[in-house]
Design a protein around this ligand. Structure first.
Ligand SMILES: *[C@@H]1O[C@H](CO)[C@@H](O)[C@H](O)[C@H]1NC(C)=O
Ligand SMILES: *[C@@H]1O[C@H](CO)[C@@H](O)[C@H](O)[C@H]1NC(C)=O
Ligand SMILES: *[C@@H]1O[C@H](CO)[C@@H](O)[C@H](O)[C@H]1NC(C)=O
Ligand SMILES: *[C@@H]1O[C@H](CO)[C@@H](O)[C@H](O)[C@H]1NC(C)=O
Ligand SMILES: *[C@@H]1O[C@H](CO)[C@@H](O)[C@H](O)[C@H]1NC(C)=O
Ligand SMILES: *[C@@H]1O[C@H](CO)[C@@H](O)[C@H](O)[C@H]1NC(C)=O
Ligand SMILES: *[C@@H]1O[C@H](CO)[C@@H](O)[C@H](O)[C@H]1NC(C)=O
Ligand SMILES: *[C@@H]1O[C@H](CO)[C@@H](O)[C@H](O)[C@H]1NC(C)=O
Ligand SMILES: *[C@@H]1O[C@H](CO)[C@@H](O)[C@H](O)[C@H]1NC(C)=O
Ligand SMILES: *[C@@H]1O[C@H](CO)[C@@H](O)[C@H](O)[C@H]1NC(C)=O
Length: 444
C-alpha cells in the first residue's frame, strides 16, 4: 500500500544495512584471529661446528694448501670458488702463509655414491680441529693418527653407518663428542671415554649403546647426553662429582636403582632428564641444594615417596614432569607455582592427590583430589577425573599451561572462541533482520 517509504525511513534502512555488514565483517576478523599466522620462516637446522679458539681472518690473501685442496676434491666438496669461504660454513681455514690450512670441515647430506673416505685424503687434513658428518651414511675407515689426535670436536649425526667404541676412543684430544642416530658398538662407555682426558661435552644418543655408565667420568664435563640407548645398571655415585655439569640427559635407557643421595652436589645443573628408565626410591633431599634447575624430567620410572616441597621453592624452574611414577600423598604445589611453569605433569601416579582447598579441579592434573587423610578420593565418574586412574596414556595428562607439544589446552580454547564469535555474529544478524522487518512494517 505504502508505494514510497518516507526518505527518513529509507536512509535509516540504508544506514542499518551498512552497519550490519560492518558488524558481520568485524566478527569475521575476531573469529579468524586465533588461527596462527605462518610468520616464522623455517630456520636452517644444520648444526655447524663451533670455531676453535684460533679465529682465522677471512681476508687472508694466501690460498689453501694444495694437498688439502686435492683432499677436498676427493671428498667431492666443490672447490671452484675459494674453499675457505664455502657456503653453510662447511669449511673454516686458518690464516697461515703461504698456504692456509683447514680448521673445520663439515660434510652434509652426502651419499655413498658421491663420497668415499680415503686414508690419504684424511691424512692431509690433519690440521682439522673440528670434523662433522651430518646425514652422510658412508663407510667409516681407520683414521690416520695425526688426524685423530688433532681433532677437538667430532660430530656424527645419522652418518658413517656404524661406529665402534674402539674407533671413537682414538680421538683422545676431543673436548666435544657428538654421536647421534648412528649405532655405536662398544662393550661400555669406558671403552670410548677412557682416553679422552679433555672432554667437556659428550652426546651419544639414539645409538643403541650397551653396558654401564662408567664410574670414571672426566671431572670437567659440562654436558652429558646419553639418551635413547640401552645402558643398564645404576647411575654411578661418582657422577655427582661433576661440579660443572649443567646438562644431564640419561632418558630412555634401562637404568635401575635409586638416584644417588648426593645428587645435590651437582650444583651447576640446569637441565635434568632421567625419564623412561626403571629408577626407584624417592627424590633425594639433597636436590634442594641445586639452585639453577630449570628443567626436571623424572617421568616414567618407579620413583616413590612423597613429592618434596622444596621443588616449589625452585625459582628458575620452567619444566617439571613427574608423571607415571609411584609418588603418593598430597602434592605440595599451589596454583601460582603451577602457572609459572611452561610444562607441569604429574598424572599417572595413582596414589598421588591434590588438596582441593589449594588447587582447583579445573586444572585437570590427571590425579584425584585428596580426602582429609591425604589419600586420593575415589574419583567421581566424570570425564575430568577418569584420567586419574589411567596410568598408561600420556595424552591424558593435561598440564596447566599447554604450550607443550600436545597443546591440548590450546586446542581446548581455540574452538570455544570460534564458536563464541560465530554465535555472536549469527545472533546479531538475526537481531538485525528482525529489526529491519519491524522497521519496514513501521515505515510502511
Ligand atoms: C657461519 O659461522 C659464523 C661464525 O661462527 C656464523 O656467524 C654464521 O651464522 C654461520 N653461517 C651459517 C650459514 O651457518
Ligand atoms: C693431543 O694430545 C697429546 C697429549 O694427549 C698432545 O701431546 C698432542 O700435542 C695433542 N695434539 C694436538 C694436535 O693437539
Ligand atoms: C637400535 O635398535 C633397534 C632395534 O633393536 C633398531 O630398530 C634401531 O634402528 C637401532 N638404532 C640405531 C641408531 O641403529
Ligand atoms: C659388536 O662388536 C663385537 C666384537 O667386535 C661383534 O662380535 C658384534 O657382532 C658386533 N655387534 C654388532 C651389532 O655389530
Ligand atoms: C678442568 O677444569 C679445571 C678447573 O676448572 C682446570 O684447571 C683444568 O685445566 C681443566 N682440565 C682440563 C683437562 O680441561
Ligand atoms: C633428553 O633426550 C630425549 C631423547 O633424546 C629428548 O626427547 C629430551 O627432550 C631430552 N631432554 C632434555 C632435558 O634435553
Ligand atoms: C620405595 O621403593 C623402594 C625401592 O623399591 C622401597 O624399598 C621402599 O619401601 C618404597 N617406599 C615406599 C614408601 O613405598
Ligand atoms: C633446558 O630446559 C629449558 C626449559 O625446558 C629449555 O628451554 C632449554 O632449551 C633446555 N636447554 C637445553 C640445552 O636443552
Ligand atoms: C604458593 O607457594 C609458594 C611456595 O611454593 C609460596 O611462596 C606462595 O606464597 C604460595 N602462594 C599462595 C597463593 O599460596
Ligand atoms: C589442604 O589445605 C588446607 C589449607 O591450607 C589445610 O588446612 C588442609 O589441612 C589441607 N589438607 C590436606 C589433606 O593436606
Amino acid at each position: 500500500m505504502a508505494a514510497a517509504a518516507s526518505p527518513f525511513c529509507f536512509t535509516l534502512l540504508l544506514l542499518l544495512l551498512l552497519l550490519s555488514t560492518a558488524a558481520t565483517s568485524s566478527n569475521k576478523t575476531i573469529s579468524l584471529s586465533p588461527t596462527p599466522s605462518p610468520t616464522s620462516s623455517p630456520t636452517p637446522t644444520t648444526p655447524t661446528p663451533t670455531p676453535t679458539p684460533t679465529t682465522p681472518s677471512s681476508s687472508s690473501p694466501s690460498t689453501l694448501d694444495p694437498k688439502q685442496l686435492r683432499a677436498l676434491q676427493s671428498l667431492n666438496i666443490p672447490t671452484a670458488k675459494d674453499p675457505c669461504q664455502s657456503k653453510n660454513n662447511a669449511t673454516l681455514c686458518d690464516s697461515s702463509k703461504p698456504f692456509r690450512h683447514l680448521l673445520s670441515l663439515s660434510l652434509t647430506n652426502c651419499s655413498p655414491n658421491d663420497v668415499a673416505l680415503s686414508f690419504t685424503a684424511l691424512k692431509s687434513l690433519s690440521s682439522l680441529h673440528s670434523l662433522s658428518f651430518l646425514n652422510c651414511p658412508i663407510s667409516p675407515i681407520r683414521f690416520p693418527p695425526e688426524l685423530s689426535s688433532s681433532l677437538r670436536s667430532f660430530t656424527c649425526i645419522h652418518s658413517l653407518k656404524t661406529l665402534t667404541g674402539f674407533w671413537l676412543s682414538h680421538f683422545h684430544n676431543l673436548t666435544d663428542l657428538t654421536v647421534s642416530a648412528t649405532p655405536v658398538n662398544a662393550s661400555g662407555l669406558y671403552v670410548i671415554l677412557g682416553n679422552m682426558k679433555k672432554l667437556n661435552s659428550i652426546t651419544i644418543s639414539h645409538a643403541n649403546l650397551t653396558g654401564y655408565i662408567t664410574k670414571h667420568l672426566n671431572l670437567n664435563l659440562t654436558h652429558i647426553d646419553l639418551s635413547g640407548n640401552k645402558l643398564r645398571g645404576k647411575i654411578p655415585n661418582s657422577i655427582t662429582l661433576l661440579e660443572d655439569l649443567d646438562f644431564l640427559n640419561l632418558s630412555s635407557n634401562a637404568l635401575v636403582g635409586e638416584i644417588p643421595t648426593s645428587f645435590g652436589d651437582l650444583i651447576s645443573l640446569r637441565n635434568l632428564s632421567l625419564a623412561s628408565n626403571s629408577l626407584s626410591g624417592s627424590i633425594p633431599a639433597s636436590m634442594s641444594a641445586i639452585p639453577g634447575l630449570v628443567h626436571i624430567d623424572l617421568s616414567s620410572n618407579q620413583l616413590n615417596g612423597t613429592i618434596p616441597s622444596f621443588i616449589s621453592e625452585m625459582k628458575s624452574l620452567k619444566y617439571l614432569n613427574l608423571a607415571s611414577n609411584d609418588f603418593h600423598g598430597v602434592m605440595p604445589f599451589n596454583g601460582s607455582f603451577i602457572k609459572r611453569l611452561a610444562v607441569f605433569k604429574v598424572g599417572g601416579n595413582s596414589n598421588l592427590c591434590y588438596n582441593h582447598s589449594v588447587l582447583s579441579s579445573k586444572l585437570k592434573l590427571g590425579i584425584a583430589p585428596c580426602d582429609k587423610h591425604g589419600l586420593p578420593v575415589s574419583p567421581p565418574a566424570s570425564k575430568a577425573d577418569s584420567s586419574a586412574d589411567d596410568n598408561s596414556n600420556d595424552s591424558d595428562y593435561d598440564e596447566n599451561n599447554g604450550d607443550d607439544s600436545s597443546g591440548k589446552s590450546e586446542h581446548h580454547h581455540g574452538p570455544s572462541k570460534v564458536v563464541l564469535g560465530v554465535s555472536i555474529g549469527l545472533s546479531s544478524i538475526v537481531f538485525l533482520i528482525v529489526f529491519l522487518v519491524l522497521l519496514s512494517k513501521w515505515c510502511g
